[in-house]
Write a protein of this length. Sequence first.
Length: 134
Amino acid sequence: AGFALLFTVPTGLLFPAQVGGFFLGADQDAALSAPLTLQLLHLLPLAALAMLPFLLLRSVFEALGRPRLALRITLLRFALLSYPLLIAGWHAAARFGVAPPVGMLGGFVLAGALTSLVTAISADRLLRERSLAG
């Protein structure tokens, strides 16, 4: 989880032009795709931050003997939230006048944030139950 932030903050905030140039390389359409690449790189740290509680707390369920809860939350993220919010982000992008990949990344960030919220609430409830029972 810390590695995600260690990688994405410099990539998205400090050196987006250099990293974007590396990814674009000798692409023929680099002049057209460079602004979009920079926009997406700027949003990368936000995506990592949105996922941080999910990544950190998921293992709590397994440590407390509730691996199915971790699996349910993972399925919630990937099966129920990510795809619909990616599609919603695609449609919202057209409404707000931004590029579709930016809207899709916004949907992905929202899916990560909602999953992190569900993970934090579930972990809090589980830890409270354990402390009251023990």
